[in-house]
Design a protein around this ligand. Structure first.
Ligand SMILES: Cc1ncc(COP(=O)(O)O)c(C=O)c1O
Length: 447
């Protein structure tokens, strides 16, 4: 059964509950999922989706939920955004695949040209396209190792870079991402991240601390690259203290270590700029993108200095589906939406609204120990009042209450005690306000 045939922004932008969550139709489908889908593939909110558009998700029972997660930071332009749908439809009818490594097509080159234009820095840049964020990170490391002739990869506490073997090694958190999946790739070294709420350090002191650890653990001469999320994603939306990224960038430039910004979660307008590095005036050598790049189509990229990107031998980068023409059409549509509707400006407005609501909430609920984020990438960290002891149980309770009330919320963080708010930037203001009424109600109901 599918009560709604079409999605897109024409879907009524409303929260509407006609059954409990999950409803009977979703619950029946959940039984089928249990029978056929590996248990290792979990779901945060077990409603089965019939349609989605703008800022809502409509389930098979006819409930319309407000989306504050964007499919984990993907739907910046909103679900089924008009330009994405139009370009994808046109492309899918023209051809679905050739493999760019066999016979090329314009869409791939157009996306690479756009990446060169939009990413930080006005130097000559080139790109290569892949399917997933993890694949992009792996390939950035390949480029860095080839160019430098060094092996070491520096990463940070709380980092998340993916679920492939190398990116699991680069990811910090054991459960659920790494547990039982080793042995992991070698030559990965971890440094302390700037985490202002927990370490109270200035950006330059936190950078000096990280550099000292890397100097002692491995030494710059053995490091090909330093890979960093300019704002932590899965690790808890931690915004490093001002000057942290710049300090690392200076050290990397002085020592020949390549700075790789993993902007897979932060990129494409989410933080109120095209890229999070823009806020700090930092220009990375290489940048990885995915998620928001293509309005929901699977696409990822590595973009960097042309001389770095060209250091890899012909045939050394690629993959059957990397830069698939339909996914590239989605990206060109998403970028068109971002440009036409100034989605960076929209992210700043959405972020301001969310910050206001979260500050009011924190004044009432001392369990909210920290409010942080940039643009439409906002989070609150929940701790036992007056301490920095994580309160994951309260986060889980509030999360479940939001879901029952028809708002899709997500948690994150090393201790699972952080709420992250990532609404589609296409969400109407009234719907956003209603979502935060629900969040406030959930805090009150679980106090
Ligand atoms: C910063 C960052 N890097 C890499 C990844 C991995 O991307 P994917 O899930 O597309 O492989 C993610 C996904 O959440 C991410 O947030």
């Amino acid at each position: 059964m599918s009560p709604l045939a079409t999605g897109g922004p024409s879907l009524p932008q409303e929260r509407r509950l006609v059954t409990e969550i999950p409803g009977p139709e979703s619950s029946a489908r959940l039984e089928r999922k249990k029978a056929h889908v590996a248990d290792g593939v979990g779901t945060a909110l077990p409603i089965f989706v019939a349609a989605a558009g703008g800022g809502v998700i409509v389930d098979v029972d006819g409930n319309s939920l407000i989306d504050l997660g964007s499919g984990i930071a993907v739907l910046s332009v909103g679900n089924a955004a008009p330009s994405v749908v139009a370009r994808v439809q046109e492309q899918v009818a023209a051809f679905t695949h050739t493999c760019f490594m066999v016979t090329p097509y314009d869409g791939y080159v157009d996306v690479c040209a756009a990446l060169g234009e939009l990413t930080p820095g006005d130097h000559a840049k080139k790109s290569a396209l892949f399917n997933s964020g993890a694949e992009a990170v792996e390939n950035a490391v390949k480029v860095a190792r080839t160019f430098t002739g060094r092996n070491g990869v520096a990463v940070f506490d709380h980092a998340y870079h993916g679920r492939t073997n190398l990116t699991m090694a680069m990811t910090a958190k054991n459960m659920p991402y790494k547990h039982g999946f080793g042995p992991f790739a070698g030559e990965v070294y971890r440094a302390p991240m700037s985490y202002p709420f927990r370490d109270g350090l200035s950006g330059s002191d936190a950078a000096a601390r990280a550099i000292d650890v890397l100097d002692k653990q491995v030494g710059a001469d053995s490091l090909a690259c330093l890979v960093i999320e300019p704002i932590l994603g899965e690790g808890g939306f931690v915004v490093p203290a001002p000057g942290f990224l710049a300090g690392l960038s200076e050290w990397a430039a002085a020592t020949g270590v390549l700075l790789v910004a993993d902007e897979i979660q932060t990129g494409f307008c989410r933080t109120g700029a095209w890229f999070a590095c823009d806020h700090e005036g930092v220009v990375p050598d290489l940048i990885t993108t995915a998620k928001g790049i293509a309005g929901g189509m699977p696409l990822a990229g590595v973009t960097g200095r042309a001389d770095l990107m060209d250091s890899v031998h012909v045939g050394g980068l690629g993959g059957t589906y990397g830069g698939n023409p339909v996914a590239c059409a989605g990206a060109l549509g998403a970028i068109e939406e971002m440009r036409t509707h100034d989605l960076s400006g929209r992210a700043r407005a959405v972020g301001g609204r969310m910050r206001g609501r979260l500050e009011a909430l924190a004044a009432e609920h001392p369990v909210i120990a920290d409010i942080r984020g940039r643009g439409a990438m906002m989070a609150i960290e929940l701790c036992e009042p007056g301490t920095t002891t994580p309160d994951a149980a309260r986060a889980a309770a509030v999360n479940a209450a939001c879901h029952r009330a028809g708002v899709v919320t997500l948690t994150c963080g090393t201790w699972g005690n952080v709420f992250r708010f990532l609404p589609p930037l296409a969400i109407p203001d009234a719907l956003l306000e209603e979502a935060f009424d629900v969040v406030a109600g959930a805090f009150a109901a679980t106090a």
